[in-house]
Design a binder for this molecule. Structure first.
Ligand SMILES: C[S@@+](CC[C@H](N)C(=O)[O-])C[C@H]1O[C@@H](n2cnc3c(N)ncnc32)[C@H](O)[C@@H]1O
Length: 385
């Protein structure tokens, strides 16, 4: 039997009578074996196997209900990108049946999902972040400072650690021996995991150092997995710029040792204890369109262009943080960045109605972060300009 594909439309802002009329008309017009709708008072659940989109349009145009509801109800199905064709109908489910795994759910259970994290000892008791640290930028070494925080008090960590590329930071040596570098990183990540709530997310933006042949993203992922964090997935941040300006002239057009170039960085997402993060519905701030587009895990976002202005050599752009925070956290959540730099994570946390704690070892960067936050307060910076 083919499973229905479910689309959910938030219709809480439309008159309930309109929603009911739409559901009734839809269910009268189309056979249940093809598609059906239901309404739970807030959301429209659209269950799809196959649908004739021309007939669907005709049906919607006949209805005497909110025009915006009609458009939204049409668009949500029309914008589904993957479907097969069966006669005049779009087939939304089972169209690639030859590739479909029989008894997929049972087989998943047999294999044991995220087996490496299932015997964790994480406490499920979450704590409040002490108020003295709420909405603060702290100048400190995160390795020491994080020890002051209680267990399980942070909802989401989003960070971009120094990459050990030899950049000119204010007071961090960015050319350590790789072993020392990873020792420093893992000591801070370990504390990060401890302070993360059960169900919290740890999101790390990393760039491997290709010229040293160090797959930093794999080494980091391995660390998190060893520490019982569930790997939720990986986002490719496509920056559309090359990681090196030069050509490997020594091996030009030769298989001897061609140097691979990359135009992207990685964002690794880990969960503590549970893939699901609970939160209040009214604190969800991602739109339908954003959700649909951002769950496709290749994000094309230009690098930060204002690094000179902020005096920091390795910032990420605000749009990137906005996506991570809206996709993986709720409004009012507590956001931590233990390598806060010029404060991008904390500024966006503030702009999107989250609480924040940013830590950086440089006094200068902390001052910049505080100023950006103050400017966003005074309306000097509009939201994501
Ligand atoms: C890649 S930058 C982060 C930039 C930030 N994402 C932004 O948009 O501004 C890494 C930061 O880590 C800081 N850092 C290095 N070691 C640290 C430590 N032990 N504790 C806290 N911050 C540290 C550096 O000063 C630097 O600002």
């Amino acid at each position: 039997m083919t499973d229905y594909r479910e689309e959910i439309l938030d219709v809480s802002s439309f008159p309930k009578d309109d929603c009911i009329a739409l559901v009734e008309a839809f269910n009268n017009r189309f056979p249940k074996k093809d598609a059906y709708m239901s309404f739970d008072g807030e959301f429209l659940h659209i269950m799809l196997i196959q649908l004739d989109m021309v007939k669907y349009r005709e049906l919607l145009d006949e209805l005497n209900i909110s025009k915006e509801l009609i458009d939204r109800a049409f668009d949500i199905i029309n914008s589904i990108g993957s479907y097969g064709l069966k006669g005049k109908k779009r087939r939304f489910s089972g169209y690639n049946a030859e590739r479909k795994v029989v008894n997929r759910k049972e087989k998943e259970q047999d294999r044991s999902k995220h087996y490496y994290a299932n015997d964790n000892n994480f406490s499920k008791v979450n704590n409040e972040l002490p108020s003295e640290y709420e909405n603060k930028i702290i100048c400190a070494d995160s390795k020491e400072f994080l020890k002051k925080l209680p267990d399980n008090c942070i909802d989401i960590i989003f960070t971009s650690p120094p990459y050990n590329f030899g950049l000119d930071y204010d007071n961090h040596n960015d050319t350590a021996m790789w072993n020392d570098y990873f020792d420093m990183l893992f000591a801070i990540f370990k504390e990060g995991i401890r302070v993360l709530k059960y169900g919290g997310r740890f999101v790390v933006n990393v760039q491997p150092l290709y010229s040293d042949y160090i797959p930093v993203h794999h080494i980091i992922s391995n660390f998190f997995i060893q520490n019982k964090m569930i790997w939720k997935g990986e986002i490719i941040w496509e920056k559309n710029n090359y990681n090196c300006k030069y050509c490997s002239w020594g091996s030009w057009k030769s298989p001897a040792s061609p140097y691979l170039k990359y135009t992207w960085e990685f964002i690794e997402v880990f969960c503590k204890g549970d893939l699901k993060k609970s939160g209040k519905k009214e604190n969800i701030d991602i739109t339908d369109e954003e959700f649909k587009s951002w769950v496709v895990s290749k994000w094309s976002i230009a690098p930060e262009r204002n690094m000179k202005e902020f005096g920091h050599p390795a910032m990420f752009p605000e749009n990137l943080v906005e996506r991570v925070l809206k996709l993986f956290s709720y409004k009012n959540d507590v956001v931590l960045d233990p390598f806060n730099g010029a404060g991008t994570t904390t500024v966006v946390a503030k702009k999107t109605g989250r609480r924040y704690l940013g830590i950086d070892i440089s006094e200068e960067y902390c001052e910049t972060a505080k100023k950006r936050i103050d400017d966003s307060d005074s309306g000097q910076q509009s939201l994501f300009d």
